[in-house]
Structure formats: structure tokens, C-alpha cells
Unconditional design. Structure first.
Length: 746
């Protein structure tokens, strides 16, 4: 069986460890920015509520109001949860995912199960539709039938593949009652005793014909279609005397039948007697009834109690994310997208805004008839209550640049010309001047809008023939616009002399195939602390130095990075689509490769410091669409279409002098931690000497980039003995020094 184990105690989130790139990385370095709004299922344990959402689970204690969460950041192995159940008797939870895998949660740990039985010849969706636990067994419903899972062994038993003549029927939901499995499908309620003929679909019985969606078991068995709930002993059934609107869920508690219908949760006794109901005034997925109180799991607001209180961890409105912007303690996440860098993908979500204290989702996006494809949103550094965003669409009256203040609509600019002049990305320069990149200018040119704050309007500048564009960036009065088009793509450098309103002395150049860039354009770019431009294309990475000379040079040439691989020179990231390039304060590079995760490279790119993927880290996806480093905190934000994950990096603001030097973990106890000791807060270049208590030199090195890792080996490559070690540090010119102690316990 293909399984992995992580440690977890119910309702107490522990710091976990993951093995990534031959380096132990504690999960305490990871946190999620997931949405916990879409509650798929609610279960109860000892007066506490467990709510499963798209990307994680949260635990709520009604008596204290305490909230805790569990996600891929601290224990789960996947995102996109599709099914969940919890058995309070065995203290076991099962989490099913859209990709067909499962997590088994017990007091001893979290086990990842990836070998769910698949019917021979089945090529459809592997999504786990439903999970129901009874005692030591669980029945797993999928698109081609059901499988029995043994909780104690964490392995599958018998499976029944619902196929006839090569056509598979989806098991929508299933339960175990009295040693029989009951399944609802599009053609009826079916059952079979768990015996030797269980796997043979032709031996299954159809108890009730018709299409049914929900089923649950307890002291009785209840099943439902969109409008009617029937309950009984498994052979005879009675209808609850109510015609419902659109049933979403049916759950049996020990004494009750709980029916979730559109926006209302109804509670009945197990004899069908009505007890109470709660209208949540919004769409509801699920509900439960505990200690005479109803809790509703909504689609967009988290869990709600009868008082209307929203019970959930704070987070963005939705998980779908594309770009991120940071300013001080604020965050804004945009949600748009394009197909082939041209056709809008209308997600109609707008942006999510963390205002410094809580996440806000503007009412403007909820109640508008506008088609929203928000490709980028940025906070105005000179007026942090303002957010500008670019809506990429050819629909006049909806396209254009928007200004929001305190998350309320103020004004829309550049909203005509259909497929022409479509805005993509926004950036503020060092002087807080706003630029917005534009594709399809005047039918065949690329350019940008420059914001005139005094006049409150935008001026269009279109210097050169081209097509699609990406998000721009600026440095030292030069605007950079990547263009990913197969025809006319490249990297535009536009020197606006720090005066975007006066264009008479401006100059520009676009780097293309004749500058040693691939013919199919530039996807991403950034400038490092050495003034080297790192250029990401669809088929690799290029570097070119000195932007000022590029603008005046006739034919500047970009170069690939050559690394040694098996004794031969190889081009770094050859044939890879480089989605994003970010530079941290130590001049190291974070490189996102399409479907390849994120690489953390040394300043020259010749050494890989780390490589994060969805398989070896909490990343939700291997295609990271944006990366931002907060140099004040060292946090690295990874944006994916499945949500945002945050990694606590080791590099903070790096200068020629020392910052706040921190050694961790300290003390280093081998039985608890077997990784490297990290030292952060160092100067750009730091000379390091480590001695024992007697003053004997045991290790020395030179650190570049603001941090250093020591593997606890001495200069002979042997692990040092237990004791106290002194770290003596000086910066490059000897004008600043720092010291630290490390306690080692082997």
C-alpha cells in the first residue's frame, strides 16, 4: 500500500516535519491563506464541531468560541476536498479529495492513502463523491461504484464496480447499515449485503427506482431526491410530509434527521416529527443539530449558528487566486486569468482584500452585472485606502481600470474600444506613480497607461508594434513590460525619465529574437540587486545586464545560465515555461516553473537552495502564478489557482550591516531535530567563525545573502560533540560584528 504518515492530535495542531530536497523543513514555516467559507460537511465530537471545507478542516468549540484549522500547511496531504466523515467512537476522520486520494485522521497521525481501487477501463473522474463511516468500516463512493475501507488496517477490502456493458454508473452516496451497503445513484436506491457476491454488480438489489442524491444512516435509514426525504428500516420507508425545494444534504444524528434544503436546515425526529428549522438566508451545503442548536454550513460564509454568527477561520472569500500585492500589513489578491495569454477567463470574483485586521470581500463584486476578470489589483502606497485593479475583457462598460476606496467603487477608466486597449497588470514605481500595461493598442501595438493623479485620468502610450502583455514592473525610471506573444513578443524597456506626463525625452527598446530571446516571447521578468534582468520565457531563462546600457546599445545579447550536470554544461530551465521570477533581499531568486513547482536559487542561479512542489511541500499546485517576498518579515507568498500558501523564509532586509541576528533552533537536540542550524539577520557578506567553549575553531565559512545554514559538522566533516559553540561574525569590511551561542545536545 502506498501511504505516508504525518503526526496530528485532534484539535491540537502540532508542528510537523516534511522532507524536502534532502532537507528537513518544519511545517511551522508554512501557513495557509485559504478560504474556509464553503462548508461541505459538519460533524460533531464531544460537543465540538468539525467542518470540512474545500481546502481544509476547522474545529469549533461552541462553549469557548475557539477555532483551529487543519490544512495542507500543517498536516493534510492535498487540497480540493470533496468528501468527509468522522466517527467519534473510533476518533477517526476520513478526508476524500477530488483526485481520488484520501487522508485518514486518527489520534496517532494522518495517513495518506493513494491506492483507491479503480475499475479496469474506467477513464472518468476519480473524485471521491462521499464517505460514510460505521464502526471500523467506511464505504467510499466514486464515479464507478463503491469500495469498503478498513479503518484499523488503513486498507481497502471489497469493491463493487457499477458497470453494465462497459458503462459505469456513479455512486453518489452510500452508507453501511446492518451489514449491508445502501447506495443512491441516478437510477435508484440499491443495496447488497457485505458477503462474497458483494463485488458482483448483477447481484445488487434495487430497492427504489428513480434518481436519488443523498443517503444517511443511524437508528433509521434516510434517502432523498431534490424534493422528498424518505426514512425507514431499509426495506419499508415513509416520506417526511414536506415537499422541499432543492435538498443538498441529509444527515442522521443519534436522535434526528437533519435535512438541508437550499437555504434552510430542517430538523426532524427519527419518526418524522418536525422539531425546528433555521433559514440561513443564503445557499447552504450542509447542516447539523447539536444540543438543541442548528448549525448551517454555507457555500460562501462559513458555518452559521441560529443567531446568524459566522463561525470560521478568517481568510479570503474564495481560494481561486492569480496575483498578489503587498503593502505594509495589507494584502490584495486578484483572481482573473487568460487562455493562451489572450482570451479572458471570467471567474467573476474580483479581488480579496486583507485590510490589516481582517479579510474583506467588496459588495461591489457580489451585486454587479459586470463580467469580472480581474487580472491584477494594487494598493496605492501614497493612499493605502485606495486600490486600483485591471479588468481584462473586451466588453465595453466593463473593461478598464477601476479605482476603489475602502473597498467601495469610485471610478472606472479606459472602458471602451472592445478588443483594443485591454488592460492587464498594474504597478506603482518608487515615486508612487501608477502604470497599467495594455495589449491590443490601436490594433497591433503594445503599451501602457500612465496615471495622472492631479487630473485623475490615464494617458495612453503605445511605443511599438506587438500584441499581448503581462504585468509590468519598474526600477529607476524604467518601465518593463513582458510580452508573451508568439509573434511580436519580447521585453519592452521604456525609459520615462521619472516624468510619465512628459514624453518628449523618453526612449525605449524591445528585446526579441535578435537579442537572443526565444521567438515566442517573454512570460516574466525581474531585476536583481546587481542590476541584472532575469527574463523568463516559454522555453527557458535568460539574463542580461545593465538596463541603462541596453537602451543605448544597438544589439544587446541575453545569455542563458549554464550549470554543470554530470560533468556537462546544461542550460538552466531549458524548455521550461517560467511563470514568475522574484528576488529576495539577499539577491536569491524564487523561480516558478509551469507544472514544476518553485525553485529557490543562489544569487547567480548556479545552485538550487530548495525546490518546492505539491508532492514534497504544502504547495497547493505545481503551477505557481505569482510569488511575492515580504522583506520585512521574510515571508514568501506563493499564489496558485487553488489557493495561497505562505512560507517563512530566512532572508529579511539585508544590508551591508547586521540586522537582528537569530539562531534557530537553539538548543539543537538531536532526538527532536536532525536538520541544519539556521542563522538569519546577517549582512550581505558575512565572515563566520564557529569555535567550541575552549576557543578551538571548528567551522568557518563566508555567507552571502543574509543567512547561513550550519550542518553541525566540523571542518573535517564530523558532527560536533555536545556542548556550547560560539559564532563570531564580521561584515565584509569589518565595520560591524555580531556574536551568538549555539547549544548542541547529541
Amino acid at each position: 500500500m502506498n501511504i505516508q504518515m504525518k503526526k496530528f492530535l485532534p484539535f491540537i495542531i502540532l508542528f510537523l516535519s516534511l522532507q524536502i530536497s534532502a532537507q528537513v523543513i518544519s511545517s511551522s514555516k508554512w501557513t495557509d491563506l485559504f478560504s474556509y467559507n464553503n462548508v461541505l460537511a459538519i460533524r460533531e465530537y464531544n460537543g465540538k464541531l468539525i467542518a470540512a471545507t474545500e481546502n481544509g478542516i476547522f474545529f469549533y468549540t461552541p462553549a469557548t468560541g475557539e477555532l483551529k484549522k487543519l490544512s495542507k500547511a500543517n498536516g493534510l496531504h492535498e487540497v480540493k476536498i470533496s468528501a468527509f466523515d468522522y466517527n467519534p467512537e473510533t476518533k477517526t476522520g476520513l478526508v476524500g479529495y477530488r483526485n481520488g486520494s484520501m487522508d485518514v485522521i486518527t489520534p496517532d497521525g494522518i495517513t495518506y492513502v493513494v491506492d483507491i481501487p479503480i475499475a479496469t477501463g474506467y477513464a472518468g473522474d476519480k473524485k471521491i463523491n462521499h464517505i460514510s463511516i460505521t464502526g471500523n468500516l467506511a464505504v467510499i463512493s466514486v464515479g464507478y461504484g463503491v469500495s469498503i475501507f478498513r479503518l484499523d488496517r488503513k486498507e481497502f477490502g471489497d469493491s463493487a464496480f457499477f458497470t453494465s456493458g462497459g458503462t459505469y454508473e456513479s455512486a453518489r452516496e452510500a452508507v453501511i447499515k446492518d451489514n449491508s451497503v445502501y447506495v443512491v445513484t441516478a437510477t435508484g436506491l440499491k443495496s447488497h449485503e457485505m458477503n462474497v457476491t458483494f463485488p458482483i454488480y448483477s447481484t445488487w438489489n434495487t430497492i427504489a427506482a428513480g434518481g436519488y442524491n443523498q443517503i444517511s444512516s443511524g437508528s433509521v435509514l434516510a434517502y432523498a431526491n431534490a424534493n422528498t426525504v424518505r426514512y425507514g428500516n431499509g426495506t419499508s420507508f415513509t416520506s417526511i410530509p414536506r415537499s422541499f425545494t432543492d435538498i443538498q444534504d441529509v444527515v442522521l444524528t443519534p436522535q434526528n434527521i437533519v435535512v438541508t434544503d437550499y437555504s434552510t436546515v430542517y430538523v426532524y425526529g427519527t419518526t418524522g416529527n418536525f422539531i425546528k428549522s433555521y433559514d440561513a438566508s443564503e445557499l447552504v451545503n450542509s447542516g447539523t443539530y447539536i444540543e438543541s442548536k442548528i448549525y448551517a454550513g454555507t457555500k460562501v460564509s462559513g458555518m452559521k449558528n441560529e443567531a446568524g454568527d459566522l463561525l470560521k477561520p478568517d481568510g479570503p472569500y474564495n481560494n481561486t487566486s492569480y496575483k498578489i500585492n503587498l503593502h505594509e500589513n495589507q494584502i490584495v489578491i486578484s483572481t482573473g486569468g487568460r487562455d493562451a495569454y489572450n482570451t479572458p477567463i471570467y471567474r467573476n470574483l474580483g479581488y480579496y482584500h486583507f485590510n490589516g485586521s481582517s479579510w474583506v470581500y467588496p459588495e461591489f463584486f457580489k451585486n454587479s452585472s459586470i463580467l469580472f476578470n480581474v487580472m491584477d489589483a494594487v494598493i496605492n502606497p501614497s493612499k493605502p485606502s485606495e486600490i486600483f485593479f485591471a479588468n481584462f475583457t473586451p466588453v465595453d462598460g466593463g473593461k478598464g481600470i477601476y479605482k476603489m476606496n475602502d473597498d467601495e467603487f469610485v471610478k472606472r477608466y479606459a472602458s471602451t474600444d472592445g478588443w483594443l486597449n485591454r488592460v492587464i497588470g498594474c504597478t506603482f514605481d518608487e515615486n508612487n506613480q501608477l502604470f497599467v500595461s495594455v495589449s491590443g493598442v490601436n490594433s497591433g501595438r503594445i503599451g501602457f497607461y500612465a496615471y495622472n493623479a492631479a487630473a485623475d485620468n490615464f494617458n495612453l502610450i503605445s511605443p511599438i508594434v506587438g500584441a499581448g502583455v503581462q504585468k509590468p514592473f519598474t526600477k529607476s525610471g524604467v518601465l518593463y513590460i513582458p510580452s508573451p506573444d508568439f509573434t511580436g513578443g519580447g521585453l519592452l524597456l521604456y525609459d520615462y525619465k521619472n516624468t510619465p506626463a512628459a514624453t518628449g525625452d523618453d526612449r525605449f527598446k524591445i528585446l526579441r529574437k535578435n537579442n537572443n530571446l526565444p521567438a515566442d516571447g517573454v512570460v516574466s521578468a525581474n531585476i536583481d540587486k546587481n542590476d541584472d534582468i532575469w527574463i523568463g520565457t516559454r522555453i527557458g531563462l535568460r539574463i542580461i545586464s545593465n538596463p541603462s546600457s541596453i537602451l543605448s546599445e544597438e544589439n544587446p545579447q541575453a545569455d542563458p545560465i549554464i550549470i554543470e550536470e554530470n560533468g556537462l554544461g546544461e542550460e538552466l530551465f531549458r524548455d521550461s515555461n517560467i511563470l514568475q521570477i522574484e528576488v529576495d533581499a539577499g539577491n536569491q531568486k524564487w523561480i516558478s516553473v509551469d507544472d514544476g513547482g518553485v525553485f529557490y536559487l543562489s544569487s547567480t542561479g548556479e545552485q538550487t537552495l530548495n525546490h518546492f512542489t505539491k508532492e514534497n511541500s504544502p504547495l497547493p499546485s505545481n503551477s505557481v502564478t505569482d510569488i511575492k517576498v515580504d522583506n520585512k518579515t521574510g515571508k514568501v507568498y506563493f499564489v496558485t489557482l487553488d489557493g495561497v500558501m505562505v512560507y517563512q523564509g530566512d532572508v529579511l532586509n539585508v544590508t551591508s550591516d547586521f540586522g537582528d541576528v537569530l539562531v534557530y533552533p537553539n538548543p539543537v537536540v538531536y532526538s527532536k531535530y536532525k536538520g541544519n542550524v539556521r542563522i538569519r539577520g546577517l549582512a550581505e557578506k558575512t565572515n563566520i567563525r564557529i569555535t567550541d567553549a575552549a576557543g578551538n575553531l571548528v567551522h568557518q565559512a563566508v555567507s552571502r545573502g543574509g543567512y547561513y545554514e550550519w550542518n553541525l559538522n566540523n571542518n573535517r566533516g564530523v558532527r560536533v560533540a555536545s556542548g556550547i559553540y560560539f559564532v563570531l561574525m564580521t561584515n565584509a569590511d569589518g565595520t560591524d560584528t555580531a556574536t551568538a551561542k549555539i547549544a548542541v545536545v547529541n
